[in-house]
Ligand binder design. Sequence first.
Ligand code: BGC
Length: 403
Amino acid sequence: MIPPSHALPFPDGFLWGASTAAHQIEGNNTNSDWWEFEQRGGSAAMGVAEPSGDAADSYHRWREDMDLLAGLGFTDYRFSIEWARIEPAEGQFSRAALAHYRRMVEGALERGLRPMVTLHHFTVPRWFAERGGWTADGAAALFERYVTATAPVIRTGVRHVCTINEPNIAAIFGAVPESGTEAPAAGLPLPDKAVGDALIEAHHLARVAVKAISADIQVGWSVANLSYQALPGAEELAAAYRHPREDVFLEAARGDDWIGVQSYTRTRVGPDGPLPVPDDAERTLTGWEYYPRAVGHALRHTAEIVGAVPLIVTENGIATGDDSRRIDYTTGALMEVAAALEDGIDVRGYLHWSALDNYEWGSYKPTFGLIAVDPHTFERTPKPSAAWLGGLGRSRMLPRAGS
Ligand code: BGC
C-alpha cells in the first residue's frame, strides 16, 4: 500500500474521466426494452420503483454535461449511444440519431474531452427484445449490423469503443430484464449460459466490425467484477462460483485492445457460498458494503486472466448522499489503482461512475453522481467531489486522507 500523499503514478495519456449510460441520463428512451419494462413496474424477479421518465434530459443537455466535465479538469468522457434510437425498427436506421451522436463526439473533442463510446449498455430496441432477445436466431449478426451502422459516429476522433457493457450482468437480466431469476440473499444469480454465449459472439463480431470502420479504434468490453474473496478453505468454491459469473467474460477479452474493469464492492465467499454483508459493515445506498479496495482486487484478478491486455477502470464509484464519503471512497480506490501500477499492472485509465446522478435501473434514490441534477429543472450542480476528482487530473497528487 502506498502512502496517501503519494503522487499518482499515472503514465502519459492516462484516461481521466467519468462515465454515463444513455438510458440512465438521456430520458424518454421510449423505444427500448427497459422503457417498456418500467411501464409495467418491472417483474417479479426485479421490481421497478419508478420509471426513468426524463432522466437527466441529457439527450438535449449533453453540452452542459460536457462543459462541466471539461471545466472540472477531466480529459475523458465515456458515454453510450442508444441502439433503440439508431435502429428504431429492424433494419431502419435513423440518420438523425446518428447525426445526434456524431455531434456529441465532435462536441467532446471540441472541449478537450476524448470520447469513449459504449455501443450497448444494457438496453436493446423493443423490436429486438420482441423477436426473442440475444438467444433468438441471428441476434449477434443483428448487433453486428447495428455496429457497422454506427460508422458515422465513431469513424474519426474516437479512440476507444466499448462494445458491450457488463455482459456478465446483461446475461443475468440486462438485455431482457424479465428473464432475470430471483436474486439470491448474497452474491449474484447465475448468468444465462445461452445469453452469455450470444453476447460473447456479438462482442467478437463487433470487434471485427469496429476495426473495419477504423483500424485505429481500440476495442474492448467492460466486465463487472465482484471481487470474490474466499475465506480460508473456500478458495476452490469461490473460483468455481466466480468462473461462470465473471471469468468466462474476461477470457473472451483475450484478443482485445483493452479490457474495462468495473468494480464497486466485494463478495466474500465462505464454505457454503457467498456471504451477506456483515451487519456491522458500512453500506452504501445500493446496500453494498463500503469497500474502496475492491478495485485493486478487480484489477489484479482481471490482469491474471487476460494476460497482456491493457486495463482501464471504466466504472468505479459509490451511491451515497454524503459526498465526503465519495471522496473518501475514491481516495481509497485511487490508492489501489496507484499500487497496481507500481506493481507493474498495465492500467491505462480511470473513469468514475458516474458523471451525473442518474436512473439506477429502477430508482433515482441511489445517487452515484459527481454532479447533482435537479429532477424538475434539470439544473446541474457539481458536488465537492467533482472539483476534487477533476482537479486530481492536473495535480496527480492524492492528499493525505482527512486533510
Ligand atoms: C452499470 C451501471 C450502473 C452501475 C451502478 C454498473 O453495473 O454499468 O449502469 O448504474 O454499475 O450499479
